[in-house]
Design a protein around this ligand. Structure first.
Ligand code: 9D3
Length: 248
């Protein structure tokens, strides 16, 4: 997948491309990222990219001309790209959207700064707007990295089969079971016996059951409207009976 980021701070992305799984994906040509500095497409001696809002108000607005010129350069290199704007007004990014974007061949991510982007650029050039959550950032760059990170690991060949994307938290709508590694006892806390038993049928059943109960405790919102399997239903009813027993 070709990924182009339009930003006023391209240097922010250098360490991002250069580490871990993203670096491996770049070296393996699963993703081919580049940045375009919006300021390089601003005119005049001062290369101004922002201006005061019509109608007044505080903060500055990103001018449409530099953004449009930067986007035109991106499109010479990826003519069929989908153009997305990172914006607090966007559709909230989630694993489902990551999965859809993972099948695109070309993505252009536009990062805003200041109070916002001139609406005419959005109307004329942006295919969709993405937010990474209901909190206020100083710009779209971290949002773009979040999107690229989540999408990249879903591209075939990016993850080893050691950590396949299929069994993730959220991919089946539950949080994960707990994880343990050596030593068998750490700071007086033992690893659950069953995990040392070598009985993989029991271990699998324990993982499914604890994933469900941990979801009830940590992320009950994930279970609203869930179609429980018969096994999950049985697990929940067992826990309900246990809790009823405690109450008396
Ligand atoms: C006070 C009005 N603000 C809107 C909530 C103005 C404003 C704040 C921060 C406008 C832009 C920004 C910069 N944020 C992003 O570019 C951004 C973002 C975010 O702030 N939250 C979650 N996801 C994203 S994606 C891009």
């Amino acid at each position: 997948m070709k990924v182009c980021v339009l930003t006023l701070f391209p240097e922010l992305f250098d360490p991002f491309w250069d580490h871990g799984i993203i670096r491996r994906a770049v070296l393996g040509q699963k993703i081919s990222p580049f940045t375009i500095n919006i300021r390089d497409h601003a005119r005049g001696r001062h290369r101004v990219t922002d201006d005061r809002p019509y109608g007044g108000g505080c903060g500055m607005v990103m001018k449409p001309e530099p953004l449009t010129a930067a986007l035109a350069e991106a499109k010479t290199r990826m003519p069929a790209a989908t153009t997305l704007l990172l914006s607090p007004q966007g559709k909230q990014f989630d694993q489902g959207l990551a999965g859809s974007l993972a099948s695109e061949d070309e993505l252009i991510l536009v990062c805003g700064r200041y109070e916002g982007v001139d609406e005419r650029f959005i109307d004329q050039h942006v295919d969709g707007e993405i937010s990474i959550g209901d909190f206020v950032l100083t710009g779209g760059e971290l949002g773009a990295m979040v999107v690229i990170d989540a999408v990249s690991r879903l591209i075939p060949g990016v993850l080893g089969n050691a950590d396949s994307a299929g069994s993730d938290t959220f991919s089946d709508g539950l949080v994960e079971h707990a994880h343990y590694t050596r030593p068998p006892t750490f700071a007086d806390a033992p690893v659950p016996d069953l995990l040392l038993s070598g009985n993989h049928q029991k271990i699998d059943r324990w993982r499914r059951e604890t994933a469900l109960i941990r979801t009830v405790l940590k992320r009950p919102d994930l279970l609203v409207q869930r179609d429980f399997t018969p096994e999950e239903r049985a697990t929940l009813m067992k826990w309900r009976r246990d809790i009823d027993g405690l109450i008396g």
